[in-house]
Design a binder for this molecule. Structure first.
Ligand code: SF4
Ligand code: SF4
Ligand code: SF4
Length: 210
């Protein structure tokens, strides 16, 4: 929490967000990131509706990020929401999670257990694009993962995501040399709560049974 007066913070942010619009254009090739695919910052409240309600769009999480992983995306009402585009600049999972510490509104909360327990999303390998499924050797994503053999394993020379340990940081996505990427992060808001399975791949048990 910050005890900075709101008025001075707002003044600061007016200029900050003005600059940010340019910064966003500068770091995201071809314009804005896709709002449907971007990730929330680490520690974002769940469910997503809770984060959207709590986040005041103040921008305090943005300047404290040492790698400038947090950009903004424009919402329908013209406001700008903090976001991460892992294909451009993934989260480095800082030890002290300064973005969470900077959030004055409780929209970002420290995960119990530190950075390893951050859950931004989950990485997903597309076997149609990953060259290891064509018999080629590649370990780029595996080498980039901060939790090798837990969040990302190489099984029979192919990458396999450990859903219980994957933070969704996106370092694997950035490292993948394929275009489009063969490993991408599905945002946490698009996962079935508690199961960490993408909603579009999940069919409720018994759903199609009479
Ligand atoms: S954990 Fe660090 S790298 Fe990740 S978004 Fe926060 S400040 Fe940026
Ligand atoms: S610091 Fe918190 S409230 Fe402010 S923009 Fe970032 S997530 Fe939203
Ligand atoms: S598999 Fe990818 S998204 Fe998951 S922790 Fe490893 S590098 Fe991060």
């Amino acid at each position: 929490m910050t005890d900075r007066p709101r008025s001075s913070r707002r003044d600061f942010l007016t200029s900050w967000f003005g600059g940010l619009r340019d910064a966003t254009r500068a770091v995201v090739p071809g314009g804005s990131a896709d709002p449907a695919k971007v990730l929330r910052p680490p520690g974002a409240l769940a469910p997503d509706e809770a984060f959207l309600e709590a986040c005041t769009r103040c921008g305090d999480c943005i300047p404290v990020c040492p790698v400038k992983a947090i950009i903004t995306i424009e919402e329908a009402d013209g406001r700008r929401l903090p976001a991460i585009d892992p294909a451009v600049t993934p989260c480095r999972l800082c030890d002290d999670l300064p973005c969470i510490a900077a959030c004055p509104d409780g929209a970002l909360v420290f995960p119990e257990g530190g950075p390893a327990k951050v859950r931004i999303g989950i990485a997903k390998v597309d076997p149609r694009r990953c060259v290891t499924f064509k018999g080629e050797l590649c370990t780029r994503c595996y080498k980039a993962c901060p939790y090798p053999d837990k969040a990302l394993m190489m099984i029979g020379s192919r990458p396999l995501v450990g859903s219980g340990a994957c933070t969704g940081c996106g370092l694997c996505e950035l490292a993948c040399p394929e275009h489009p990427k063969a490993i991408t992060v599905v945002p946490e808001r698009d996962l079935v709560p508690g199961l960490r399975v993408p909603r579009n791949e999940y069919s409720e048990p018994g759903k199609w049974m009479g």
